[in-house]
Design a protein around this ligand. Structure first.
Ligand SMILES: CC(C)(COP(=O)(O)OP(=O)(O)OC[C@H]1O[C@@H](n2cnc3c(N)ncnc32)[C@H](O)[C@@H]1OP(=O)(O)O)[C@@H](O)C(=O)NCCC(=O)NCCS
Length: 165
């Protein structure tokens, strides 16, 4: 089951990211985004007994471009539950929630073999740069068809991401 995060999920969401990533940096990032009211879309995945996954989307900007953009980050599934489709379900449901909110595009910094199955393409094909020196790992999906045509520039994440970098 996938549903929006609620107040009682907070510590479990922190635990999922802490377990899935080598450090608590991503878990702390989610807390910072939440504290600043920057978790635009925040979904949890549950199996029969527990919360086993979480995905977050927060605002990004391209200077001079008046489109609504979000960054998918982070997404995590408990190690014991990885490889069973939960991550894919979270990503698909998250992108659908973004679409329903009228979001134009969503970027992600992730594995270039994983995200294309959800419709992502390298952001470089749209002349979009990133703050991390990433190549094909930096990807974008247009939720508003062709909204990025004619736009280029540096995609900037929120200040909360500086601690992560
Ligand atoms: C990435 C993650 C959320 C995917 O969730 P999941 O439930 O395991 O994913 P699914 O079962 O839907 O999909 C499995 C696919 O993801 C791939 N995959 C999983 N983690 C991956 C990673 N870190 N890099 C590349 N591919 C990965 C698997 O190889 C598998 O590919 P296949 O379908 O071609 O065999 C999960 O593995 C995770 O929490 N990883 C640790 C945290 C992380 O790296 N998050 C992403 C960066 S923000």
């Amino acid at each position: 089951m996938i549903r929006p995060e609620t107040q009682t999920d907070t510590s479990l969401v922190h635990a999922v990211h802490s377990a899935a990533f080598p450090t608590t940096a991503e878990a702390d990032l989610v807390d910072a985004l939440r504290a600043n009211d920057h978790l635009v879309v925040s979904l949890v995945a549950l199996d029969e007994v527990q919360l086993i996954g979480h995905i977050a989307f927060s605002p990004v900007t391209i200077e001079g471009v008046e489109l609504v953009g979000l960054g998918l980050a982070p997404v995590a599934v408990l190690p014991s539950h990885q490889g069973q489709g939960f991550g894919g379900q979270l990503i698909r449901a998250g992108l659908e929630a973004c679409r329903e909110l009228g979001v134009d595009y969503v970027v992600v910094l992730g594995h270039p073999n994983y995200y294309p199955r959800f419709g992502y393409a390298p952001a470089s094909t749209y002349s979009l740069d990133n703050e991390y020196g990433a190549g094909d790992e930096f990807m974008v999906i247009e939720l508003t068809p062709r909204c990025l045509a004619g736009h280029s520039g540096l995609v900037q994440y929120g200040d909360e991401f500086r601690a992560l970098a």
